[in-house]
Design a protein. Structure first.
Length: 137
């Protein structure tokens, strides 16, 4: 076995080490960081952040759960645009991954559109998954 990255060739005729020595070795390795591999490491891209919109407190807001990886503001907007009083949509994005968090919100100025959207769209596919609608707080 070749010695590299601080890993030593095992001692002993059989190539085995005692459990006590193995535990000691693992404990000593916990404080060390592994070197980055040049072939598989990618530069970390910064994800643009955006603040949640200011919601009109008089509007009626739906929570849209179970969004698939293709879920975004535009997909929600086009899915709910038939409800004329739809006023806002928002799909939060994870800062670390740049992907949506699996849920979003849609707001309506009129309670009738809010109720119709809930009744008609709950369980319907938006993108790749059937969504679960709830009253948002």
């Amino acid at each position: 076995m070749k010695e590299s990255a601080g890993i030593k060739k095992p001692k002993g005729a059989s190539g085995r080490v005692s459990a006590k020595k193995a535990a000691s070795y693992l404990h000593s390795m916990q404080s060390q960081s592994l070197p980055a591999s040049s072939s598989s490491s990618k530069p970390k891209q910064s994800t643009p952040t955006r603040a949640a919109p200011k919601w009109n407190s008089k509007h009626f807001k739906l929570f849209v759960g179970n969004l698939g990886p293709d879920g975004n503001d535009e997909l929600l907007r086009t899915s709910f645009e038939k409800y004329k009083s739809m006023s806002q949509v928002y799909v939060p994005i994870d800062k670390k991954t740049g992907l949506n968090k699996g849920f979003g919100f849609v707001a309506f100025a009129k309670s009738e559109d809010y109720l119709h959207a809930f009744q008609e769209m709950n369980g319907k596919y938006i993108g790749q998954r059937p969504v679960q609608l709830k009253r948002a707080k």
